[in-house]
Design a binder for this molecule. Structure first.
Ligand code: ATP
Ligand code: MG
Length: 568
């Protein structure tokens, strides 16, 4: 049976929302202490959820495993004991570099239970990306697999702070452990499954995520245990999670979406998750929704656009009728994608906005409100965003400016690791400056304009690459587009577009002109790309965002900068 969002509940929540009430729905550890792992998992053992599936896992090789909340609590307590025996302590940084396998989730929770700070790393990272992050964070423990360790073998001599490597050997390969290495399976077998969860304060550091690196070098964004309040409340009201939902978040825990909404949000709501180890594959993805009867789905615009590229016929071969609610985050979601969802998948995608720094969703299209396709939605209750001018004063509806948030929501980041000055520079005039440009309409919906440092100045017109990209992808031949400004002695910058085509279309001069005319008509003669270059694919971060700064560096023959998050 499909569960419908409870309208009255929502309306009440919007009228009366208070963070204090959310605190009451959580289960504190006494004396104002709280621990994310306890809120997400162990507290359910006191309820009927104890033997409910926390997740069903499907491996790349087809292996299937189910963990109940009880089993997840016990395994993560075991792992907490393993870490404690190794001498890891509250405040230490523990990093995990694993594929999306059950041990990844157990490691995250076990680390939080000892009060250490967890840093999840995306398993597709190469040696430099891993080294940068372990070095910057001065990590003490790394959890990885034989294959992934092999990939980064060269970095270990350069990491004086790294004391222990825990090797997860799921395939029981014949391996020799080196100095400083221990076997996950061996240690887990010896460890007790009871652990006294460290009573962390809400301000103690819990999670560390390096940003996607779309605009610059990734920064270590640090979150405190209080963040769970934001994860819990937003998973409930934005993702609309209910007791009987089967929820699938396609993001990897190496990115903040994969932890806030692939671990903490759903589990603090006691919801069963599907965890699929493999990457994107249109057929496989549809088959997962069908096989597990997924009801709520959280994914990203790039994935949606890739699904669209595979056409409208493919989804017809699958039973997707279990889907009740779908959300998208990470990049602007073009209106066509929203409409496509409704037409082809049976439900529209609800766009929402947040950042690694904000820790949880702050602006969203809600299940109970009308979607405005192309808009990021409205603020979450208790969150006060505004659009500011360059002097950081509030602007009225309809005006473009800096998207800023009144500080103080629970999952706001607490610092950039060892970059306190950069952290401080993000606050102006009593506001947190997000680095994004946006505008708000009369109904209180927010519309993404671009990243503040991406704006193109052409012949005195300020053009956001996003508006040009949006127009480009409305052309039937265009699959993806990335737009940059190129320095020009006369007009300051000219607009250049990099475009990949949908299947069945072939690059040609004629097509270029047709696309240019199309954009010119849609936008203006100032904002159409003077130059178009066809590429097979666009450079993207591993979290799926188009890296315009790389397109620009390549175009201008400049150094490529940090490419550790580039998808290869
Ligand atoms: P870096 O800060 O290293 O450049 P990043 O900003 O891409 O990387 P994230 O924190 O993962 O790192 O991404 C947050 C950003 O993604 C937002 O600031 C915004 O620019 C973009 N974004 C997220 N959701 C949306 C959305 N719904 N619509 C438009 N843009 C979005
Ligand atoms: Mg950012």
């Amino acid at each position: 049976m499909k569960q419908m969002p409870n309208l009255e509940d929502y309306k009440k929540a919007y009228r009366e929302f208070r963070w204090e009430d959310i605190e009451k729905e959580l289960d504190w550890l006494g004396d104002g202490k709280l621990n994310i792992a306890y809120e997400a998992v162990d507290r359910h053992l006191k309820t009927s959820r104890k033997n409910k599936a926390a997740f069903v896992f499907e491996g790349k090789d087809g292996a299937k495993e189910t963990y109940t909340f009880f089993e997840l609590a016990k395994s993560s307590s075991r792992f907490a004991n393993v870490l404690a025996d190794l001498g890891a302590e509250k405040g230490d940084r523990v990093f995990v570099f694993l594929d999306r396998v059950p041990e990844l989730y157990i490691s995250v929770l076990g680390t939080l239970k000892i009060g250490a700070v967890i840093g999840p790393l995306f398993s597709a990272f190469g040696p430099d990306a891993v080294k940068d992050r372990l070095m910057d964070s001065e990590a003490k423990v790394l959890i990885t697999s034989p294959r992934l360790k092999n990939k980064i073998e060269e970095i270990f001599n350069d990491l004086p702070d790294l004391e222990h490597i825990i090797i997860v050997n799921r395939d029981r390969e014949n391996i020799e452990l080196c100095d400083g290495e221990v076997s996950y399976e061996g240690e887990m077998a010896k460890a007790e499954d009871d652990f006294d969860i460290v009573k962390t304060s809400k301000e103690d550091y819990a999670v560390m995520h390096y940003t996607s690196g779309t605009t610059g070098k990734p920064k270590g964004v640090v979150h405190a245990h209080a963040a769970i309040k934001g994860h819990y409340a937003t998973a409930k009201y934005v993702l609309d999670l209910h007791e009987d939902d089967i929820y699938w978040c396609t993001a990897d825990p190496g990115w903040v979406t994969g932890t806030s909404y692939g671990i903490f949000g759903p589990w603090s709501n006691g919801v069963t998750q599907v965890i699929y180890e493999g990457g994107f594959n249109a057929k496989k993805w549809y088959s997962i929704i069908e096989a597990y009867r997924v009801t709520v789905w959280y994914t990203a615009p790039t994935a949606i656009r890739m699904l669209m590229r595979f056409g409208d016929k493919l989804p017809e071969k699958f039973d997707l009728s279990s889907l009740r609610h779908a959300c998208s985050v990470g990049e602007p979601l073009n209106p066509e994608a929203v409409v496509w969802g409704e037409k082809v998948i049976g439900i529209p995608f609800h766009d929402n906005w947040w950042q690694t720094e904000t820790g949880c969703i702050l602006i969203a299209n809600y299940p109970v409100q009308d979607i405005k396709p192309g808009s990021m939605g409205r603020p979450f209750p208790g969150i006060s965003p505004a659009i500011l001018d360059d002097g950081y004063r509030e602007l009225p509806p309809g005006r473009e400016g800096h998207l800023a948030i009144k500080p103080g929501w629970p999952s706001m980041f607490r610092t950039y690791w060892k970059k306190e000055d950069v952290y401080d520079s993000r606050f102006k005039n009593g506001w947190y400056i997000t680095g994004d440009k946006a505008k708000m309409d009369e109904d209180g919906y927010f519309w993404f304009v671009g990243r503040a440092d991406d704006v193109i100045n052409t012949a005195g017109h300020l053009v956001g690459p996003f508006e040009v990209e949006s127009a480009l992808i409305e052309h039937p031949a265009v699959a993806e587009a990335g737009v940059i400004g190129k320095p020009d002695p006369i007009v300051m910058e000219t607009i250049k577009a990099f475009v990949s085509l949908k299947e069945g279309f072939v690059p040609s001069e004629e097509l270029k002109h047709e696309i240019q005319r199309f954009v010119k008509k849609k936008l203006s003669s100032a904002a159409y790309p003077r130059e178009i270059e066809f590429l097979d694919t666009l450079p993207k971060t591993r979290s799926g965002k188009i890296m315009r700064r790389l397109l620009k560096a390549r175009e201008l023959g400049l150094p490529e900068g940090d490419t550790s998050t580039l998808e290869r």
